[in-house]
Ligand binder design. Structure first.
Ligand SMILES: CC(C)(COP(=O)(O)OP(=O)(O)OC[C@H]1O[C@@H](n2cnc3c(N)ncnc32)[C@H](O)[C@@H]1OP(=O)(O)O)[C@@H](O)C(=O)NCCC(=O)NCCS
Length: 272
């Protein structure tokens, strides 16, 4: 189905197909956009497109996608794709889910958003950024281009991520976190890969509110970057960084702002 507009704000029932698309007022949908309402098991979910929203050329919108008012879904994007195939010990059968793109969200050309993602109002999802299944992103967050955000990661409000980072599955970026370019997060302590009888112990890192991580840093499994802490560029962070501290180097150590290493003792920040 292509090339319709929602100027009359009605539910559009497509003759001969077992699905519906709900259109708000004054939506603009490019004639080449494609709608795929059924998942791999044949379950059809309604697609909703809010008033004033725009869907660009060659976008693929899957069943269960709810695109908020005035959202912009640019060219060559995929929204609500059900995950199918084997990954990290699980088989994903391609069953869909509801995918929420909030009001005023901009999904830049080439972004891929899997089923079950929730993106809060006014958030920007950069070019070629990948949000895997059930990722949540808060309000007014800017995700730069070419990020990989793995399954069920949680990103808060007012977060800024520069381009090219990898955010591992179930990782938490609390509100107002800043990541520089090319930050790598790791959730596997031992790098077990296909070792018979052993399961990996996957523990994602956590970034507390207002923390900042410099470009090119690697943050290892289970590490907590404390509230308003700062990690210098190019660091390998192997231990928790306390709230408000500055740490850098390989391995990262807490230092004052003149480079002098500080010995600190601190309680490991409690997980919520
Ligand atoms: C850590 C940082 C905040 C500076 O801290 P600072 O205390 O003001 O650092 P200074 O410039 O006074 O340098 C102190 C010493 O630490 C060293 N140093 C500074 N940053 C470092 C880093 N990231 N890694 C290793 N050493 C570093 C300096 O070379 C200097 O060493 P020296 O005394 O032997 O010459 C800064 O260097 C940094 O890494 N910022 C991150 C910027 C970034 O990635 N932005 C994202 C843009 S998208």
């Amino acid at each position: 189905m292509t090339g319709f507009d929602g100027a009359r704000g009605r539910e559009q029932q497509v003759t001969g197909l077992l699905w519906t698309v709900m259109l708000g007022e004054k939506v603009a949908i490019d004639a080449t956009a494609v709608f795929a309402p059924a998942d791999a098991e044949g379950t059809v979910r309604r697609i909703q497109i809010g008033s004033g929203a725009r869907v660009g050329a060659y976008a693929l919108i899957c069943g269960g996608a709810r695109i908020g008012e005035n959202a912009q879904v640019e060219e060559h994007t995929i929204v609500g794709k059900p995950e199918k195939g084997y990954a990290v010990g699980e088989f994903y059968p391609g069953t869909g889910a509801y995918t929420q793109i909030g009001a005023g969200v901009v999904v830049r050309a080439g972004a891929v958003i899997y089923a079950g993602v929730q993106a809060g109002p006014e958030t920007v999802i950069g070019h070629h950024t990948l949000l895997r299944s059930f990722v949540t992103v808060g309000e007014d967050t800017q995700l730069g281009h070419s990020l990989t955000v793995e399954r069920a990661a949680r990103i808060g409000d007012g977060v800024r991520c520069s381009p090219g980072s990898h955010i591992t599955s179930s990782c938490v970026l609390a509100d107002r976190v800043f990541l520089g370019a090319g930050v790598r997060t790791v959730n596997d302590r031992e790098l077990i890969w296909h070792e018979v009888g052993r399961e990996p112990d996957l523990v994602p890192p956590r970034f507390e509110r207002g923390s900042k991580v410099g470009s090119g840093s690697v943050v290892l499994a289970g590490v907590i970057i404390g509230e308003n802490a700062l990690v210098g560029a190019g660091s390998v962070v192997t231990r928790d960084v306390p709230a408000g501290a500055t740490a850098y180097g390989v391995p990262a150590r807490v230092r004052d702002r003149h480079g002098v290493r500080r010995r600190i003792t601190h309680e490991k920040a409690a997980l919520p």
